[in-house]
Design a protein around this ligand. Structure first.
Ligand SMILES: CC(=O)SCCNC(=O)CCNC(=O)[C@H](O)C(C)(C)COP(=O)(O)OP(=O)(O)OC[C@H]1O[C@@H](n2cnc3c(N)ncnc32)[C@H](O)[C@@H]1OP(=O)(O)O
Ligand SMILES: CC(C)C(=O)C(=O)O
Length: 793
């Protein structure tokens, strides 16, 4: 049957109450009500499969944990399960002393007796009796006149008084009495007052405090707008006698979807108590949702005296006991209620968090409360034991604000605005193409892949090591005059570093006004990557000793129109050192720029004017022999190479170069001018090391000894005893080669030899599995390379 064109022919509107002096609209709620959970009764009776005793017990424990002091635990006359559950609670002492157990009974003698039997021995119990009072129920269900309806209630209230007095005498139980004129919202207001007056009189012991009688005014079926319910409550409150001896309780259902509003307006109208269920379970559309109501108060700054700090645990237990889900949009509890997918919501939330962080820091300083004011988030998810993970989720409706919020949250990177726009386009494209939500994992992975961020996402160019030094302008043309100094504005910066290009290590060098421009110069000279910086920014990550720098850079090709904002390449770098983060950011952007374009191979153009020659030579040694030459050795060898190249017309082959290196530094050669036989180290005087060694000096084997601060200086001293002049160590460095059990040590040493006016210096390179042995070899080779003269034996 279709919906009616004229529903007034089928449905009649509620009759408004004439309450011209109503006060409730100008009231506000300032304190929590007395809460009663009826999950185990009204909630339970509405389930397809009412709860088992273990489920009821688990639910009861949860209610205690949440802080409920009044719990309607059963309709004991309904079933052995309900009766047994109440007995179990009492007999196993599960009810804390400050908690009231409430049980429901109709106004029927047999059922009242069974109900009161169920609470025998209980410390505190509320006997809750009901009978329907509306005209419809009087005539149709009970076929009673108004007076007979009153008589029914009065008779059974008196019975309850008698039976509870007996139980108190027998067990010492403290009883409260609650009466519900069921279907109150459809009952004539005057009749509701009249029957309650009669019940009060029949009960005969309404007093103050714990002796107050509870009149529960149920919205058994919600039939009108919530203001009408408020009018009904205010009417009742102002017409019932001895108001101070009465607890006015509300029991709203949610047939029109306004149960929460009805409860709140009802409280404004004078109610003291609310009955309801967690997450709104209950007959038909449910009872009023107590979680929702309590948290509505909480977000007004009123402590509800209920604790939902672990809301997920509540959801888990309630859904498991009720076998009903909590809707994803359920206020405060649904899995989507702290989530924004849409761009403008995300943008506002992101800005809200940023602003609030600043505001809270100021409030902390001045001792003011840190008030929560967040766009779109009426409550802090943390207060309910949730986190901010779900606050922003990304799909094709999302914008840059939300995406950059997640990048900040999960990677601690605060992207500059234009980089946000750039990355947003990346995510938007994937999300649109794949027509699905982008998880945090999707976004962070896309970020890492786009900007080659993190070891697993390295691009074709990878920075392995670098050194930034200052070069006096006048010295720039001389590759040997590099000196490390403090930063000074009139000095040019020099970048020396090793970059792997498609897995092949290249030593590169460049000069510029600062570290980044020096690095860009190196990329241009060695790899034909010609880019300049359009935007740069940085911030720190972390605090104290763990602080790191994050740098963001946008690079453009020469001639890019400054108005063409889309033409840039963004990069990100993170490093403990600010220069390092900037350089990594440049490389990250350069990686995006080169794509899969072919890069120039290493060119061996050795000559006096070749600017890149020294680094290229070092690259070949690194690549072929895996030796990372110290910079001064690079310079020294480059001179050797230049001399050799001049002899061969400026050309030198790749193999020729490695052979030249081997010969020059006696590297891995079986013999040299001086060689080492058996040796022994021991402690010398004043913490020094002493060596006694057999050294073959130009074919003559001699046992020598010497002392030094370490093994190398001891050997240098021992060798010097057989020379006409003195050897000294000028520079020493070492690094490991290979990995795991294959690892070896490479040592580089530069020795000076002074013999009267004669001065010379030379390098030696040693390689050994043992780090001391590699250093000793380097000493022997370096000494062999000097002009040292051996004294006759
Ligand atoms: C609004 C509410 O939620 S009220 C609570 C409702 N909850 C429940 O009903 C759950 C538990 N109920 C039960 O287990 C059963 O209904 C019982 C045990 C209470 C009674 O079962 P039965 O004796 O088979 O009766 P039945 O369920 O058919 O109840 C209807 C009878 O109770 C009467 N009745 C209904 N409400 C009341 C009341 N509040 N006071 C007195 N009598 C009542 C009806 O008029 C009817 O009487 P009749 O048999 O003379 O016509
Ligand atoms: C027993 C009463 C309070 C009831 O559950 C209702 O009216 O909904």
């Amino acid at each position: 049957m279709p919906m009616l064109k004229d529903p007034s022919r089928k449905y009649s509107p509620y009759t408004p109450l004439n309450l011209p002096n109503r006060q409730w609209p100008s009231k506000t709620i300032t304190k929590p009500p007395i809460w009663l959970s009826t999950d185990l009764r009204d909630g339970n009776q509405a389930l397809a499969n009412p709860m088992t005793i273990p489920q009821k017990t688990q639910f009861f424990d949860l209610l205690l944990k949440c802080g409920f002091k009044e719990i309607e635990v059963a309709y004991p006359a309904a079933s052995d399960t309900d009766f047994g559950f109440v007995r179990g609670l009492i007999e196993s002492n599960k009810v804390p002393d400050d908690v009231w157990v409430q049980v429901l009974t109709p106004a029927r003698e047999d059922l009242i007796r069974r109900t009161i039997d169920s609470v025998a021995g209980c410390k505190r119990a509320i006997i809750h009796m009901y009978n329907a009072t509306s005209c419809l129920f009087r005539t149709v269900v009970f076929r009673n006149s108004p007076q007979e309806t009153i008589d029914l209630a009065v008779k059974h209230a008196a019975l309850i008084r008698k039976l509870t007095d007996e139980a108190t005498a027998k067990y010492g139980t403290i009883f409260k009495f609650e009466y519900s004129p069921e279907t109150f919202t459809q009952t004539e207001p005057e009749f509701a007052v009249e029957i309650c007056e009669a019940v009060k009189k029949a009960w005969g012991r309404a007093g103050t405090g714990d002796d107050r009688i509870i009149f529960n005014l149920p919205g058994t079926v919600e039939i009108a707008t919530p203001n009408h319910y408020a009018d009904q409550i205010e009417f009742f409150c102002t017409h019932i006698s001895e108001r101070e001896k009465i607890v006015i309780s509300l029991h709203p259902h949610n047939d029109r979807g306004t149960g929460i509003a009805a409860a709140e307006l009802g409280m404004m109208a004078g109610a003291d108590r609310i009955e309801g269920c967690l997450f709104g379970n209950g007959e038909r559309t449910g009872n009023v949702d107590l979680v929702n109501l309590a948290l509505n108060q909480y977000t007004q700054g009123i402590s509800p005296d209920l604790d939902f700090s672990d809301i997920q645990q509540c959801i888990d237990i309630v859904t498991q006991c009720n076998d009903l889900p909590v809707h994803p949009r359920h206020p405060y509890a649904g899995e989507l209620v702290f989530t924004a997918f849409s761009g403008s919501h995300q943008d506002a939330i992101k800005k809200g968090f940023e602003h609030q962080t600043v505001r809270h820091a100021e409030a902390r300083k001045s001792g003011e409360p840190e008030i929560w004011h967040m766009p779109y988030l009426p409550i802090d998810p943390l207060d309910l034991g949730c986190n901010y993970e779900a606050v922003i989720r990304v799909n094709s409706q999302s914008g840059k604000g939300g995406i950059s919020f997640l990048v900040k949250q999960h990677l601690s990177l605060d992207l500059p605005r234009r980089m946000q726009i750039s990355f947003y386009a990346v995510i938007q494209e994937i999300s649109d193409r794949e027509a699905r939500e982008m998880t945090v994992e999707d976004i962070t992975t896309a970020f890492r892949r786009t900007y080659h961020f993190g070891p697993k996402f390295a691009g074709r160019l990878v920075l392995r090591s670098f050194k930034i030094s200052s070069v006096h302008d006048a010295d720039i043309l001389s590759t040997n005059s590099v000196s490390e100094t403090e930063d000074s504005p009139d000095e040019t910066r020099r970048f020396d570093g090793t970059v792997t290009v498609d897995g092949v290590a290249r030593v590169i060098r460049g000069d510029g006004n600062g570290p980044l421009s020096a690095f860009l110069d190196a990329l241009k000279s060695h790899l034909d990557i010609d880019l300049s910086i359009r935007e740069y920014s940085e911030h720190s990550i972390g605090e104290g000793t763990n602080v790191k720098a994050a740098s963001y850079v946008e690079l453009t090709e020469p001639g890019t129109d400054p108005r063409n904002k889309a033409a840039g390449y963004w990069g990100i770098g993170v490093d403990p050192d600010i220069s390092g983060s900037g350089l990594r950011a440049v490389l990250s952007a350069a990686n995006s720029y080169i794509g899969d374009r072919q890069l120039p191979e290493l060119k061996l153009t050795v000559g006096y004017n070749a600017k890149s020659g020294q680094a290229d030579v070092a690259s070949i040694i690194l690549h072929s022999l895996h030796l990372e030459l110290p910079r001064r050795l690079q310079s020294a060898f480059f001179e050797v190479v230049q001399r050799s190249a001049r002899e061969t017309g400026g050309e030198i082959t790749y193999d020729g170069l490695t052979n030249l290196f081997r010969q020059t530094y006696h590297y891995e050669r079986a013999s040299s001018r001086f060689s080492l036989g058996p040796y022994k180290f021991e402690d010398g005087a004043a913490g020094k090391r002493k060596v006694t060694a057999t050294v073959v000096f130009e074919g003559s084997s001699r046992v020598v000894s010497g002392e030094g601060n370490g093994p190398l200086s001891a050997l240098v001293a021992a060798i010097s005893t057989q020379l006409s002049g003195q050897l000294n160590i000028k520079e020493f460095s070492e690094h490991s080669l290979g990995e795991g059990s294959e690892v070896r040590a490479a040592s580089y040493i530069e020795l000076t030899y002074v013999d009267g006016p004669t001065k010379s210096s030379a390098w030696g390179v040693g390689l050994d599995e043992n780090i001391t042995a590699s250093g000793l070899k380097a000493v022997l080779y370096a000494a062999s390379n000097t002009e040292a003269k051996v004294v006759p034996a």
